[in-house]
Design a protein. Structure first.
Length: 363
């Protein structure tokens, strides 16, 4: 972005500095709170991609990225919960614009006004055909069955965006489709806590869906599996804003260290992080502008994602070293940031991402 900062970004920047970052350790121990969700709603961060008609900020891509950077840099747990919700508002906006009143207008209104927090369970499509959420067509809707590997923000959200694979049971396995729908949390939706060692305050649970009925007017989109997977592989290849938000926070703490050698690490690595950020955003924008039929340049995008993962590893190790033994205590941010950096390596991971990461480590 250039010029004057958007008012929403100014509010979130202050909130991240004054509230999220000072409470990040406590949030990691005790979990993201309902108050934090209310705060984000009051600040306008739950509907920042909605239009002004719904009180949204209608942020562009650059401002949206900056919002992710600020929240992730303030508290990675809060970012993870919020980031499950935020992009779906944009998808729901598109669904409303495409489908009109065919999409539940009351629910759409509440979501686009930032009154409801969504969870998300889309990534299990990557496991098809070995393991996935199944969607079966019924009269006036769909029935979802299966296990969602993880949903963050459990207990804070009332609905989950779920991607189920349909068509397999219909005897046409060559042409499965992905049904992306909003599933209400209620009967047939059961969460089981996951004992994570990173992002421990994100309220992440494994969720079982048993014969959950979803009406047609809660379906965001239906598309063929190949199209879904191609877009997913490309998007997951990106170095994204939360990586850079976390890196900025670690760099700030290195600069604040009493050890001059820590300052040298920050001085050396800050320009590298800035360059990766610039290249990653520019590359993604170029691919988006070229359209879905143009080359997606996945290998180039993967290289930048590997590079920021490596940078986060170096920076968080440097911060831990600068704090010595106390950096491992649960009241020190060094261990929090190190664990967050590890989580970032596997969050949103596809087979292509994993292969690129391992291949880089083998050289």
């Amino acid at each position: 972005m250039t010029g004057e900062i958007h008012p929403l970004l100014a509010r979130i920047e202050a909130y991240a500095a004054d509230v999220l970052r000072p409470r990040a350790l406590e949030t990691d121990r005790t979990g993201v709170t309902e108050q934090a969700v209310r705060d984000l709603a009051d600040l306008g961060a739950l509907n920042h991609l909605a239009s002004a008609e719904y009180g949204g900020a209608d942020l562009d891509r650059a401002a949206d990225r900056r919002l992710h950077e600020l929240i992730a840099g303030g508290c990675y747990n809060t970012w993870l919960v919020w980031a499950q919700h935020a992009p779906q508002v944009g998808r729901i906006r598109q669904a409303v614009e495409r489908q009109g009143s065919a999409f539940d207008p009351d629910l759409a209104d509440r979501l686009l006004r930032g009154e409801v927090l969504l969870g998300v369970g889309l990534s299990d499509v990557r496991r098809y055909p070995d393991r996935y959420v199944a969607a079966r067509r019924t009269d006036g809707g769909w029935v979802f069955d299966g296990t969602i590997s993880w949903v963050s923000g459990w207990g804070l959200n009332q609905w989950i965006g779920v991607a189920g694979v349909a068509g397999v049971d219909a005897g046409d396995p060559a042409r499965p489709r992905v049904v992306h729908a909003l599933v209400p949390i209620g009967d047939g939706v059961v969460g089981t806590p996951l004992r994570l060692s990173a992002a421990t305050g994100s309220r992440t649970e494994r969720v079982e869906l048993t014969a959950v009925e979803v009406a047609d007017n809660h379906v965001i989109a239906v598309q063929d599996l190949d199209t879904w997977q191609a877009a997913d592989v490309a998007a997951a290849a990106d170095a994204r804003a939360h990586h850079f938000g976390l890196a900025a926070t670690v760099l700030d703490e290195l600069r604040a260290s009493p050890h001059p050698a820590a300052h040298k690490v920050a001085e050396s690595w800050a320009p590298r992080v800035d360059l990766i950020r610039e290249q990653a955003y520019s590359l993604t924008d170029a691919v988006t502008a070229a359209g879905p039929d143009a080359p997606q340049r996945v290998d180039e995008r993967l290289a930048l994602k590997v590079a920021i993962g490596d940078a986060l590893g170096v920076l968080t190790r440097a911060l831990l070293i600068s704090r010595a033994g106390r950096g491992l205590t649960d009241d020190d941010t060094a261990q929090l940031h190190a664990r967050s950096a590890l989580f970032a390596l596997v969050q949103g991971q596809t087979a292509a991402v994993r292969e690129a990461q391992l291949r880089a480590l083998a050289t």
